[in-house]
Design a protein around this ligand. Structure first.
Ligand SMILES: [Zn+2]
Length: 207
């Protein structure tokens, strides 16, 4: 005879029980930084490969349209968009402010929007494409000021405030701007997807 197990006490849900992706693949992608919104279409095809191409304001994913394959294709496409738009934008602001930098490198950082090395290499997070333009401009101003002051000293902040008097408020907005980044740009298994904004989003979607 089986003994009845004691009923599990109600307790806080463990992290592992939280809703986690896969969420649905996107129907629309909004690149706030460059003011583009694309409808996404998935066309299954014979090819084992998956390709993403833009066509008249749409993004067509074709070939093997399995979830993982589509995620990789979307990420490759995002990298191409980032390369086309973000370094030239940084260059333009650098010229406007007369703050030259060494070179620009694209990354997919999990916790930073950008960084500046001692050699004045500015590493730009590709995920900035999803963030409003005003915030992206500020990130570039902030990093270019690091070519003068490679620290967060009062002198650094005085320099930043000369170009962006509202910098403190924009810094706050940037801290919550990760919510603009779609789940398929986050690193699986990194904990990034367990951040609170994802839990909120999944809850809002009824997940
Ligand atoms: Zn900084």
């Amino acid at each position: 005879m089986q003994r009845k197990l004691p009923r599990a006490r109600s307790r806080k849900r463990k992290k592992s029980n939280l809703p986690v992706p896969p969420f649905p693949l996107p129907d629309v992608i909004t690149l706030r930084a460059i003011g583009e919104e694309l409808d996404v279409f998935y066309h299954p095809g014979e090819s084992a490969r998956t390709s993403a191409r833009e066509q008249e304001g749409s993004l067509i994913i074709s070939g093997n349209i399995g979830q993982q394959e589509c995620v990789h294709a979307l990420r490759r496409w995002t990298s191409r968009k980032a390369r086309a738009h973000l370094p030239p934008w940084l260059g333009q602001i650098s010229r406007e402010l007369c703050l030259p930098f060494g070179r620009a490198a694209l990354r997919k950082q999990r916790t930073r929007w950008a960084s500046c090395s001692a050699r004045h290499t500015v590493s730009i997070n590709e995920k900035l494409l999803f963030v409003p333009a005003l915030l992206v401009e500020y990130v570039f101003v902030h990093e270019l000021c690091h070519t003068v002051e490679l620290n967060h000293s009062p002198r650094f902040w005085r320099l930043v405030s000369r170009f962006e008097p509202d910098c403190k408020s924009i810094e706050r907005q940037l801290r919550s701007a990760w919510r603009y980044v779609p789940w398929w740009m986050c690193e699986p298994g990194s904990g990034e997807l367990n951040q609170s904004h994802w839990r909120e989003r999944a809850a809002a979607a009824g997940g």
